[in-house]
Write a protein that binds this ligand. Structure first.
Ligand code: DGL
Length: 272
C-alpha cells in the first residue's frame, strides 16, 4: 500500500519548472511536493537526447530517494527526450508535459493549424507533433525553436521592445505562412512571456500553457492510481537545486508567483 502522504516529485533543468509546480500547488493544495532544479547543468534545450536522458535518470533517482509517490517531468526538453525511458525504468507513475499540452491544443484548435514554440531539443524531437498526430492525423503542426526566450525570461524581461523584436523575428514566418489558430507554449519559461506572445500572434490565437494541463493530468493520475493525499492540511514544499540554491531562491519567485523560501543543495551527479 503506497504512503498517500508521500510527496510528489517534480524536476526541471532549472527554475522554469516552477511554473508547473505553481499550477500543481493551485490545483492540488493538499499534496506534499519536492522540487528539483538541475541548475548545475541547465540548459537542457541545447543538449543531445543521450545527455538529457542521463540527467533525467539522475534527477528521478534523487526524487525516488525522497520517497516520492509520483514524478512530474516539468521540463519540456526532458519530457521530449526521456519520458518513455523513465516510465519504463521507475515503479511510480511518471508524467511529462508534452501529452497534456498536446491534448489542450487538440481541444482548442478549430482549424487544426497548430504552432509549437520550444527549445531546439524539443522542436527537433518533434515530440509535440507526434503527440498531436496521435490525437488527429489532420492536424498541421509547425514547430519554432525559440532559444533566446529562456534567457529573456530568466532576466525578468517579459515585455518591452526587445522582447517584441525577438518574438517577431521567431514568430513572423509562423504567422505569415501557417496562420495557426492555436500555439503551444512548449517550454517551462514561456508562460511568463504569455502576454508578449499574445501581442505578437494577435488576440484570435489561443495560447496553450502546458503547466495548467499537466496539473490537471497529474490530478487524474493520482485518482486513477488511488494515491491522492487524503489530508485537509496545506501540503509542504521542499525545493532543491544542484547549484547556486541562493540564486534559485532569489529568482524563483517570478516563476512560482510568490516567494520561494529556502532552497537546499542537491547532488545528483553520482546517482546511477
Ligand atoms: N526547462 C526547459 C524546457 O522546458 C527550458 C530550459 C532549458 O533549456 O533547460 O524545455
Amino acid at each position: 500500500m503506497p504512503n498517500l502522504d508521500a510527496p510528489i516529485g517534480v524536476f526541471d533543468s532549472g527554475i522554469g519548472g516552477l511554473t508547473v509546480l505553481s499550477a500543481i500547488q493551485k490545483l492540488l493544495p493538499h499534496e506534499n511536493l519536492v522540487y528539483l532544479g538541475d541548475t548545475a547543468r541547465v540548459p537542457y534545450g541545447t543538449k543531445s537526447r543521450e545527455t538529457v536522458t542521463r540527467y533525467s535518470i539522475q534527477n528521478t533517482l534523487f526524487l525516488m530517494e525522497q520517497n516520492v509517490k509520483a514524478v512530474v517531468v516539468a521540463c519540456n526538453t526532458a519530457s521530449a527526450h526521456a519520458l518513455e525511458y523513465l516510465k519504463g525504468k521507475f515503479s511510480v507513475p511518471v508524467l511529462g508535459v508534452i501529452e497534456p499540452g498536446a491534448l489542450a491544443a487538440h481541444k482548442a484548435t478549430v482549424s487544426g493549424s497548430i504552432g509549437v514554440m520550444g527549445t531546439e531539443g524539443t522542436i527537433k524531437s518533434e515530440a509535440y507533433k507526434k503527440a498531436l498526430h496521435r490525437l488527429s492525423n489532420k492536424h498541421q503542426v509547425f514547430g519554432v525553436a525559440c532559444p533566446l526566450l529562456v534567457s529573456l525570461a530568466e532576466e525578468g524581461w517579459l515585455t518591452g521592445d526587445i522582447v517584441d523584436l525577438v518574438l517577431e523575428k521567431y514568430l513572423a514566418p509562423l504567422k505569415k505562412t501557417q496562420n495557426p489558430d492555436t500555439v503551444i507554449l512548449g517550454c517551462t519559461h514561456y508562460p511568463l512571456l504569455k502576454n508578449a506572445v499574445q501581442k505578437c500572434m494577435g488576440n484570435k490565437v489561443t495560447l496553450v500553457d502546458s503547466a495548467h494541463e499537466t496539473a490537471q493530468a497529474l490530478k487524474e493520475i493520482l485518482i486513477q492510481n488511488k494515491i491522492a493525499s487524503p489530508s485537509a492540511l496545506q501540503g509542504t514544499l521542499q525545493v532543491y537545486a544542484t547549484d547556486n540554491p541562493d540564486t534559485m531562491a532569489r529568482l524563483g519567485g517570478h516563476f512560482l508567483g510568490r516567494a520561494l523560501g529556502s532552497v537546499h543543495q542537491a547532488d545528483t551527479s553520482g546517482l546511477v
